[in-house]
Design a protein around this ligand. Structure first.
Ligand code: ASP
Ligand code: MG
Length: 414
């Protein structure tokens, strides 16, 4: 049996915590071969980013990747030393040494391939293998560069390794008990889910729920890896992320509320309303690997229009530097930005087959006097852009409106 266990940054934030985690791994290694994926200690990644930014406003991305990858390299080596102290055979590997090959996009490289040869060999020699999460190397053997997979990317490392090794279990250990119907820090009666399907988890993660890295869930779905999210110390059952099936707990068609305050809105004013303009703008952003969301184009008058869209707050400076030079090309007047906004989303596969969810959502926000700036939807999600100051009230009122505190709430909107 092969088990992949991932420990998040807060679970290895100190040497004491590393010792606690090592004991848990030693225990697991008594009945299974174990691969451990580890995040950087505590806020080590944030500290490294802060140091880079103290030197350079927009740090060179290749160097930043190389710098950030050291966080996980340190924690993986320390955890391996802790295992040695407990008498457990173990070896640490960087992402590259573990065979993780990525595309060359710095800062958010996608995994192209995993060559698990060395991993398998080390496992067969009876060792626990501790892999530095969140990183890989590019393909070219002589010119290979170290890449990182995006913030929170250690989850993705874990699921990718579980898939490549055909592991029996993939366990993500963190500082929360599992996946909740909303963020329990801002929603009083948020409830832990026993299980959730990949599709819903993907939408929640994509809209700001920080429990899991989106790409990890995507890989889980593609390769059929069941992912258990559980607390790294407390012995409570976590949440299983798996394929949707009829045996899932009796369902409220809305599964959860996500919110995201890392939102920046960009508005381009007085754009000529003719073919090719949107393409020029969004092509430039795509080339720079910036994800764009909630796009709204106003009705045009006198041949010009305004266009607004949101990007992740971390991408704002880069987006501006990409767009500034093309403003003149496309004949736009002005580019303005706003960082006072946030997104709230309701997510559930039940939304697909029941009308009326938008009605309930907008009604709940209206009752609380919360203004909606713009709206986007997918088949199983409705997202509203609102004022950042209203987030907590919005999440709580939506949670109440959809009765998410109840394990099998009534089907709304029928
Ligand atoms: N250390 C990285 C981060 O903080 C990756 C991870 O924790 O998964 O984003
Ligand atoms: Mg982290």
């Amino acid at each position: 049996m092969i088990t992949v266990q991932k420990y998040g940054g807060s679970s290895v934030a100190s040497t004491e915590k590393i010792m606690t985690v090592a004991k848990r791994i030693k225990h697991a290694a008594e009945c299974s071969q174990v691969v451990v994926v580890v995040s950087a200690m505590g806020d080590a990644t944030d500290q490294l980013i802060a140091m880079a930014k103290a030197i350079s406003k927009i740090p060179n991305e290749r160097e930043l990747d190389k710098l950030l990858a050291t966080g996980e390299q340190a924690s993986s080596a320390l955890l391996t030393l802790a295992l040695h102290e407990l008498g457990t055979q173990a070896v640490s590997l960087t992402g590259g040494q573990a065979g993780i090959i990525t595309e060359s996009t710095p800062g958010k490289a996608r995994i192209l391939n995993v060559n698990p040869e060395r991993l398998s060999q080390e496992l067969n020699e009876g060792k626990v293998v501790v892999v530095a999460g969140f990183q890989g190397i590019t393909e070219n053997a002589t010119w290979a560069d170290i890449t990182t997979l995006g913030r929170g990317g250690s989850d993705t490392t874990a699921v990718a390794l579980a898939a490549a090794l055909h592991a029996d279990r993939c366990e993500i250990y963190t500082d929360v008990d599992g996946v909740f119907t909303a963020d329990p820090r801002i929603c009083l009666n948020a409830r832990k889910l026993d299980s959730i399907c990949y599709e819903e988890m993907l939408e929640l993660a994509g809209q700001g729920a920080r429990v899991m890295h989106s790409r990890a869930v995507e890989l889980g779905e593609i390769y059929g890896v069941n992912i258990l999210v559980a607390h790294s110390v407390r012995e409570v059952p976590g949440t299983l992320i798996c394929k949707e099936d009829d045996t899932m707990e009796a369902r409220n068609p809305v599964r959860g509320i996500a919110h995201d305050t890392d939102v920046a809105k960009i508005t381009v004013t007085s754009l000529p309303d003719r073919p090719g303009i949107a393409y020029q703008i969004f092509h430039a952003l795509a080339e720079a690997n910036i994800n764009v969301d909630v796009i709204v184009q106003n009705v045009s008058s006198q041949g010009v229009t305004d266009m607004s869209f949101t990007v992740n707050l971390a991408d704002l400076a880069k987006a501006q530097s990409v767009l500034d030079p093309i403003m003149q090309n496309v004949g736009a007047k002005n580019l303005t930005t706003s960082v006072d906004l946030a997104k709230v989303s309701i997510v559930g596969t039940g939304i697909r087959s029941h009308p009326g969810y938008a009605d309930t959502m907008f009604g709940a926000l209206a009752k609380n006097g919360i203004n909606i700036v713009s709206i986007t939807t997918s088949e199983i999600r409705i997202t509203c852009l609102i004022d950042k100051a209203d987030v907590q009230q919005a999440v709580q009122s939506l949670h109440d409106a959809f009765e998410l505190e109840k394990p099998d709430g009534p089907v709304k909107g029928e």
